[in-house]
Design a protein around this ligand. Structure first.
Ligand code: ADP
Length: 493
C-alpha cells in the first residue's frame, strides 16, 4: 500500500470521526463495529460500550419490526439501501429520533460484508412537528367549534375585510342575503339591494348600508332596517358592527351581526295601534263625563256631601283624561310633536304648576320651593310647557320621601331659557339613566316601592323639549336625588 493510500484512508477515518452526522459500521447481525463521535454523543454511549451492543438493543420496540424488515430485504438483495426515521433509547433512558440511512457493503463476490449507517439527530425537528401537528389539530378543532357556533346562532353573521370584501358568512345570513339581494351579491360592501330604512319604504343609499359603514371603520349598535320588499316575507333587522384588529392592532376588517327583530317591531306596531285606538275611544266618553260633571257642579241645589262626591269624581276623571292624553301623545307623536306657539309668560305657567303640585307635596311631607323671575316671556306652546313643568315637578314630589325637598327654578341664561327641577329623592342608578326617556320605562326602585306611574311622562317631556329645539339632561345619584335641567332657545316675540 502506498503512503498516499494510507494518508487518504486516515483522512477518510478522520472525516467520519469528526462528521457532525452520526455514522457507524454495523455487522450483519446488528452489532456495532465502530461509531463516530457524533453518534456516541447522540446515543450517550462511549464507542467501546456501543460496540458491545446490537442496534436491536437500543431501538424503540415500536420501530424495531420495520427496521428489521428493511434490513432483511437489503441483505436478500431486494434493495441496496434503506432510509427511515426511528426512535433510539439513549444510555440515560431518554428517547431520540434519528433519520437513519443504511447501505449494505458487499464484497467483490457479492457477499454482504457489513452495513454503513448514517444517523441524523432529528429529535428537535420531530418534536417541533409534533407540536405543530397538535397546534394544527387544536386550531382545526377551534375552527370547527366556531363554525358550529356561528351556524347555530339565530343571528346573521358576516366578516368583511378592511377593503369591504365579504370573507365569511354563516348559514343564517345566506337566507337574509337572498331576501336582500334576490339577483345575487358580488361579495363587496355597499351593493344596493332590497334594503330599507325603518319606515320600510325608503331604500338605503350605498353609504347607509351597514356593511359600507363598517368597511369605513364605523362601529354601531341596533341599526334598524328592513330587507325584502314582499310584506309577507320581509324581515326587520337590528344590525351591530365591531371592528376586528390583527395581532399588531391594525384594522383588519369588521364583524356584522344581523338580528331578526320582525316580531318585536310588529308587536310594537300592534301595541301603538292598540294604545292609539283605546285612548281615542276613551277620550269621547270622558269628555262627556267631565262636561256633565261641570254642569252638575254649577247647580246650587246639591246636598253638601253630593258636591264632595262630585269633586272626587271630577278629580279622578281629570286624572283619567290626563292619562288618556299621555297615551294619545305617545301613540300619535312618533312623527314629532306639532306645536301651537304663542307668546307665553313661562314664569306664570311654572308658578301655576308649582301651585298645582303644592297640595300633594304637602300631603307627602315634601317641601316645595320655587325660584322664579317676575315674568319670562317667550314664544312657546303654552299647554306643552305646562305639561313639561307638571311632569317634572310631580315626578320630583312623587319620587321624594317625606322630609325631602324639591326646588324649582327658572332663569334666562344668555339667549336660553333654563328650567331646573331638583329633588332630594330616591335618585336613579347610572345603569337606568339612558333608558329613562324611553316610553313605558319605569325605574327598578319605582317598581320596588310600588310608586304608581306609566313610564310615559319623561318620554313626553323629552319629545316636547326637542320639538322646541331644546335639550333635557339629568344629573342623579341613587339614594341622593335628581336634578332635571331643561334648556330651551329663548324665542322672543
Ligand atoms: P312614571 O313616573 O309614570 O313612572 P316617567 O316617564 O315620568 O314615568 O319616569 C320614568 C321613570 O323615571 C320612573 O318610573 C322613575 O323610575 C324615574 N324617575 C323619573 N323622575 C324621577 C325622579 N325625580 N327621581 C327618581 N326617579 C325618577
Amino acid at each position: 500500500m502506498s503512503e498516499h493510500v494510507i494518508a487518504s484512508e486516515e483522512l477518510w477515518r478522520l472525516t467520519l470521526q469528526h462528521s457532525p452526522v452520526g455514522m457507524a459500521l454495523v455487522a450483519l447481525d446488528g452489532t456495532f463495529l465502530s461509531a463516530n463521535d457524533a453518534l456516541c454523543r447522540m446515543l450517550g454511549y462511549d464507542e467501546p460500550t456501543l460496540c458491545s451492543l446490537q442496534f436491536q438493543d437500543i431501538t424503540h420496540p415500536d420501530d424495531l419490526e420495520v427496521d428489521l424488515h428493511l434490513l432483511h430485504e437489503t441483505i436478500a438483495g431486494e434493495r441496496s439501501s434503506y432510509r427511515m426515521q426511528k426512535r433510539y433509547v439513549r444510555a440515560d433512558g431518554e428517547l431520540v429520533w434519528g433519520d437513519l440511512s443504511v447501505a449494505l457493503l458487499r464484497g467483490d463476490d457479492g457477499e454482504p460484508i457489513h452495513f454503513i449507517s448514517q444517523i441524523l439527530d432529528v429529535t428537535a425537528t420531530r418534536s417541533a412537528q409534533v407540536q405543530l401537528a397538535e397546534k394544527t389539530a387544536l386550531l382545526d378543532q377551534e375552527h370547527r367549534m366556531a363554525e358550529a357556533i356561528l351556524d347555530t346562532v339565530d343571528v346573521g353573521m358576516v366578516l368583511i375585510d378592511a377593503d369591504g370584501a365579504y370573507q365569511r358568512m354563516n348559514k343564517r345570513h345566506h337566507h337574509l342575503m337572498r331576501l336582500a339581494f334576490p339577483d345575487g351579491h358580488r361579495g363587496r360592501a355597499g351593493q344596493l339591494g332590497l334594503v330599507f330604512t325603518p319606515d320600510g319604504t325608503t331604500p338605503l343609499t350605498p353609504e347607509q348600508m351597514p356593511s359600507m359603514r363598517a368597511a369605513n371603520g364605523e362601529e354601531f349598535d341596533d341599526l334598524r332596517l328592513w330587507v325584502g320588499d314582499d310584506p309577507a316575507t320581509r324581515v326587520a333587522l337590528s344590525v351591530s358592527a365591531r371592528l376586528v384588529r390583527d395581532a399588531e392592532g391594525r384594522w383588519a376588517g369588521a364583524v356584522l351581526a344581523y338580528k331578526d327583530v320582525t316580531e318585536l317591531i310588529r308587536a310594537i306596531q300592534v301595541k301603538d295601534e292598540f294604545v292609539a285606538s283605546v285612548s281615542h275611544e276613551l277620550r269621547t266618553p270622558l269628555t262627556a263625563v267631565l262636561g256633565h260633571l261641570e254642569l252638575l257642579a254649577d247647580r246650587e241645589d246639591l246636598p253638601a256631601d253630593a258636591a264632595d262626591h262630585l269633586r272626587t269624581v271630577e278629580r279622578n276623571a281629570r286624572r283619567l283624561q290626563y292619562l288618556v292624553g299621555d297615551l294619545l301623545h305617545v301613540a300619535s307623536g312618533r312623527g314629532g310633536v306639532r306645536l301651537k306657539r304663542r307668546e307665553i309668560d313661562i314664569a306664570a305657567s311654572v308658578a301655576e304648576a308649582v301651585t298645582a303640585a303644592a297640595p300633594v307635596a304637602e300631603a307627602s311631607g315634601v317641601s316645595l320651593a320655587a325660584d322664579l323671575p317676575e315674568s319670562l316671556v317667550a314664544v312657546v306652546d303654552g299647554l306643552r310647557m305646562r305639561q313639561i313643568a307638571d311632569n317634572l315637578i310631580s315626578n320630583a314630589v312623587k319620587y321624594t320621601d317625606a322630609g325631602g325637598s324639591v326646588r324649582v327654578s327658572l332663569r334666562l341664561v344668555g339667549d336660553q331659557v333654563q328650567f331646573v327641577v331638583a329633588d332630594t329623592g330616591i335618585g336613579i342608578g347610572a345603569a337606568e339613566i339612558e333608558h329613562l326617556f324611553t316610553r313605558f320605562f319605569r325605574g327598578g326602585e319605582a317598581l320596588a316601592r310600588q310608586i304608581p306611574g306609566t313610564g310615559l311622562g319623561l318620554a313626553i317631556v323629552r319629545s316636547i323639549v326637542e320639538a322646541h329645539g331644546g335639550t333635557i339632561s339629568l344629573d342623579s345619584t341613587a339614594g341622593e336625588g335628581s336634578t332635571f335641567t331643561v334648556v330651551l332657545p329663548h324665542v322672543a316675540a
